[in-house]
Design a protein. Structure first.
Lengths: 73, 167
């Protein structure tokens, strides 16, 4: 039983480190910064919708970051 | 068998933990780089600028704040270049033509180098675009600036002026 759980831990650790997720370096974010990569297709419409939501609910934020990932806006 | 599994697990955990970037610290010596210039076949290195206050700027054409920074930095460079100040901008674009197009829109007369392999960007621990380092006359990093908005220029001017006054 102990042997089995050790095996499972080992396999899980290897699987986690083999995952396809990798940090994107700041200088590799050129494609992410393209307008077509934005989650919203129309930035003006999204801004208007967020503004209306903010006025109605008295709360704002949580809509994601701006700038497509350059980490500086 | 048990030991082998443990060894594999430790190795895998070490590999997954070893990806973090070590950023440079303030008051440490700026790493000496040698990089090709964007507009010519010549190379530029940090030691060439020793004795000057250097504003080292990592930028890319797709970086929105770089559009703001370039015109302001060019003005500042023109005003202070006679006093021992210089700007060295290191381009990080994958596509050199994108950088050239950017420079047609936002012309700059200071030196522009290219770190296509991102070797020095890694050494300098760049975490955002743009990131800039203000390096004093002795080659020591005195200020690290992440990102750029128009209002940052006042702080940058203040720091550069202070460093220019140092011997």
């Amino acid at each position: 039983m102990k042997n089995l759980s050790l095996k499972i831990i080992g396999i899980l650790t290897v699987l986690v480190s083999l995952s396809a997720c990798t940090p994107v370096k700041p200088w590799e974010r050129g494609n992410l910064a393209l307008p077509q990569m934005a989650l919203e297709t129309d930035a003006h419409e999204a801004a208007l919708r967020i503004h209306a939501f903010h006025s109605k609910e008295g709360s704002s934020g949580g809509y994601g970051g701006g700038g497509g990932g350059c980490g500086c806006n | 068998m048990k030991r082998l599994i443990l060894k594999i697990a430790i190795l895998a955990a070490t590999i997954s933990l070893s990806c973090s970037v070590q950023a440079l610290e303030l008051n440490s010596a700026a790493p000496e780089f040698s990089l090709p210039k964007l507009a010519s076949t010549q190379r530029g290195s940090l030691s060439e600028y020793r004795g000057k206050v250097v504003y080292l700027d990592y930028w890319a054409s797709w970086c929105a704040p770089c559009r703001t920074s370039f015109s302001l930095l060019e003005k500042f460079y023109q005003a202070k270049k006679g006093e021992g100040f210089t700007i060295v901008a290191i381009n990080m674009d994958e596509d050199i033509e994108a950088a050239q197009r950017f420079l047609q829109l936002y012309p700059a007369s200071f030196d522009i180098l290219r770190d296509a392999d991102a070797k020095w960007a890694d050494t300098y621990g760049i975490e955002t675009m743009p990131t800039s380092f203000i390096i004093d006359k002795k080659g020591v990093i005195r200020h690290i600036h992440n990102g750029f908005v128009k209002d940052d220029m006042a702080d940058i001017e203040k720091i550069v002026t202070q460093l220019l006054a140092e011997k």
